[in-house]
Write a protein that binds this ligand. Structure first.
Ligand code: KE4
Length: 428
């Protein structure tokens, strides 16, 4: 596969952009080789600057739920852009977006728009700390919530020890307020809350982990988070930046029937433009300025272009969309597992509607960060490279989710399975 121009552009990019990319995971560090520079996309297909074409399963890390150049989104952007791209003042589209979010996500009575998932989770943490008057927060190993300082924290030496910075530049004095517990470990959460629950402002969790690959919650895990936070007056934050509007109309909270106090959203709600959001009960959300004392702001928050694109996409997501997405995801996953079995390759796949991950492992279940770390990342890298060379673009990291969208048809699914068969054989 010719990558000459991508290689030239990557070299040029590194002269003026740190690492040549505006977000680390794009640099292909986890899979080796040169990142692909893309030129255009249509439906489930991407074209790169060297003229190569790919069936895409990255979906820009989730936003492209209906594929690229989705007509309603393109038309909405065209119509809005000739009116104005930003006012820094209220618009009708912001109300329509808020009303749609409130309508679809049962736990949200009021919602505030921001410009990224990081802003959403950072703001939600501040809101929870301000609302409860507490500093301590709980997150989980393997879950990612963007690059806010309080969330770039790793577990201390023991399960209930204070957090340590997971990046230079994060003050130890801040990191110490963040506890990092094992995902899917009900006992750890119960013990932690028994010991210090009344000091904990909130628990933030990806209800379906998508940043260590897809790791769904085990039965009772989300319920245990809801129970202990309710008992100790802490808030439960579901980070649905990735799962929101993807795994079900009302997100993972609808799928699992557990109601958080605050929900963070992003990716899909912007239709490919920079958007994040956080919402919850009116009692909590009204603590935000200008209603309440907790400050949060943003020049381009609720930007009319992003609202128009997001609304255009979200309005296309009806029941038929989700049943097709579920069916498409299942067909692909079953096909990949069938080919792995036929090839004798040990492969597990975790999947939920619209998202899945491949784990090369002999383990039966991959249900924790520890399980993920025991998987064969090198095999993933070889599989990724083989698929890429055959025109199928999976996430350039074994610790990310792959995304099926509304524009993938049985043709792309069967072609992907065919290429996977050859890629898996190359691993034997
Ligand atoms: P952004 O700030 O990247 O918009 O959102 C941060 C974020 C928050 N919460 C969850 C569950 C997320 O998955 C993310 C961002 N996801 C990563 C990859 N899974 C975005 C890709 C990147 O970092 O470039």
């Amino acid at each position: 596969m010719d990558q000459d121009l991508s290689q030239q552009l990557f070299k040029r990019a590194q002269d003026v952009i740190p690492g040549g990319v505006n977000s680390p995971v794009r640099a292909f560090k986890n899979v080796g080789g040169t990142p692909i520079f893309f030129l255009s996309g249509i439906g489930p297909y991407l074209a790169d600057v060297d003229g190569n074409h790919y069936i895409d399963y990255v979906a820009s890390w989730g936003p492209m739920l209906r594929g690229y150049s989705c007509e309603p989104v393109v038309h909405a952007l065209r119509d809005q852009s000739i009116r104005a791209t930003s006012f820094g003042a209220p618009t009708l589209q912001e109300i329509e977006m808020a009303e749609l979010v409130v309508d679809r996500v049962a736990s949200i009575e009021k919602v505030r728009m921001v410009n990224s998932g990081t802003e959403a989770t950072m703001s939600a943490i501040r809101l929870a700390r301000g609302f409860t008057g507490r500093d301590r927060i709980v997150k989980f190993e393997g879950c990612f919530h963007g690059h806010g300082d309080s969330l770039l924290v790793k577990a201390g030496s023991g399960v209930m020890t204070l957090g340590l910075p997971d990046s230079p530049g994060v003050p130890a004095d801040l990191a110490k307020h963040t506890l990092t517990l094992p995902f899917n470990d009900c006992q750890a959460i119960e013990e932690t809350f028994a010991s210090m629950g009344d000091d904990i402002a909130c628990v933030i969790v990806e209800p379906i982990a998508g940043n260590m690959g897809v790791v769904p919650p085990i039965d009772g895990f989300l319920e245990s988070l809801r129970k202990v936070t309710q008992k100790h007056g802490s808030l439960l934050i579901f980070d649905e930046v990735m799962t929101g509007f993807r795994v079900a109309p009302g997100g993972a909270q609808e799928l699992y029937g557990v109601t958080p106090d605050i929900t963070t959203l992003g990716k899909v709600i912007g239709g490919g433009l920079p958007v994040g959001a956080f919402g919850g009960t009116a009692e909590i959300m009204d603590q935000l300025a200008p209603m309440g004392p907790i400050y949060q702001s943003g020049t381009l928050s609720g930007n009319p272009l992003a609202m128009s694109a997001g609304l255009a996409l979200l309005k296309t997501l009806d029941d038929e969309f989700y049943s097709n997405l579920e069916e498409c995801t299942t067909t692909l996953v079953e096909g990949l597992l069938r080919e792995a079995q036929a090839t004798g390759i040990d492969l597990q796949i975790n999947s939920v509607c619209g998202m899945f991950s491949l784990f090369f492992t002999t383990q039966q279940d991959v249900l924790s960060y520890e399980h993920v770390m025991q998987c064969d990342a090198e095999r993933y890298r070889k599989f990724f490279r083989e698929m890429l060379n055959n025109g199928v673009y999976f996430a350039p990291s074994p610790y990310e989710s792959a995304f099926v969208g509304g524009s993938h048809t049985s043709m792309e699914i069967s072609r992907t399975i065919e290429h996977a068969s050859r890629a898996l054989q190359s691993l034997v």
